[in-house]
Design a protein. Structure first.
Length: 322
């Protein structure tokens, strides 16, 4: 179901409410959350809205925070009174509900727990929590590069690593640790201790044939700057990414339609199609091959080639001519 959120309106309002640095951080979280939502098959618009609004209360004065806590019956502990920034997420959730008119409980929960975490988080909760920590503007936290690699393979493990680093930092700094954060840490530690790393099996027999067929179909329709990344050593979600862009929405849809048609004739049907109506980033998921067709602007904005830079680039020309 299409969610029809006024994304432009939300961004414009936040631009007036947040500091310049906080707004840039918010856009970075949005970009990261959308990428992870695509990866983990989470509703993209929910991820976008939760990411945009996760820090909507961050730049409020302490007096305003207390006023909103009283207005919306948010309990404030003695520890939180010493540092009201500890409850900016809870305040942000009620602002999202009553001022931005967001009534989706999944979004509101993701905002509420984006700093503390909690046991048994939804994938949307996890994505917003992780995105807040690893967005491109973050540079100082320990183990960032490793966490950015891990999240492409295992969302729970990345979440656990962040919880662990956060708790270590708070202990070292002798700062207050929210009980929910400790509960989340123990919960995901137990999961990883019990199950180990997630091990999904893939059937790779037809990957190369599918890859060549898709590339030839895209090349026939004049897809721009076709790139192939071999990600077999990085993640279990696929063997290869195909990334390209079109000149306009009609061209992007024509690229998708032609590729879908050719692959269907060869016995390949997509498991998932995302973004067709907006035609700014369309994803075709064939299991071992995931095809991303962007507008030029969105390709630059989401920059999958950078995010997956540890993948091996494949010579596209040789595959098309084979």
């Amino acid at each position: 179901m299409q969610n029809n959120y006024n994304i432009t309106g939300i961004r414009n309002h936040l631009l007036k409410q947040l500091s310049e640095n906080r707004y840039e951080h918010t856009l970075g979280v949005e970009k990261t959350a959308v990428s992870l939502a695509k990866l983990y098959n989470v509703d993209i618009e929910k991820a976008r809205v939760a990411a945009l609004l996760h820090d909507c209360a961050k730049n409020l004065s302490d007096d305003k925070k207390l006023e909103l806590c009283e207005k919306y019956n948010i309990e404030v502990t003695e520890e939180q009174k010493k540092n009201l920034d500890l409850i900016h997420a809870e305040i942000g959730s009620v602002i999202a509900k009553y001022e931005y008119e967001i009534d989706d409980e999944d979004i509101l929960n993701a905002i509420t727990y984006h700093t503390t975490g909690k046991p048994n988080m939804s994938n949307l909760d996890k994505i917003i929590y992780v995105s807040d920590y690893i967005e491109p503007g973050r540079t100082k936290a320990p183990n960032l590069d490793e966490i950015r690699r891990v999240v492409m393979k295992d969302l729970d493990k990345a979440l656990y690593m962040i919880l662990s680093d956060t708790i270590n930092y708070l202990k070292t700094s002798k700062k207050y640790i929210v009980p929910t954060t400790m509960e989340a840490y123990e919960y995901y530690k137990n999961i990883l201790d019990t199950t180990g790393e997630i091990n999904m099996e893939k059937n790779t027999d037809n990957s190369m044939d599918l890859l060549k067929t898709a590339l030839k179909a895209l090349d026939d329709k004049l897809a721009e700057d076709i790139q192939v990344l071999d990600i077999r050593d990085l993640t279990v979600i696929a063997d290869y990414f195909i990334i390209a862009h079109g000149n306009n929405k009609s061209h992007i849809k024509a690229l998708i339609d032609r590729t879908d048609e050719v692959l269907s004739k060869n016995g390949y049907e997509p498991k998932q199609v995302e973004g067709y109506n907006s035609a700014s980033w369309i994803l075709l998921d064939y299991g071992n091959i995931i095809i991303h067709i962007f507008s030029k602007e969105d390709r630059l904005f989401y920059d999958l080639e950078r995010i997956w830079s540890d993948g091996k680039k494949i010579d596209v020309k040789s595959l098309i001519e084979d």
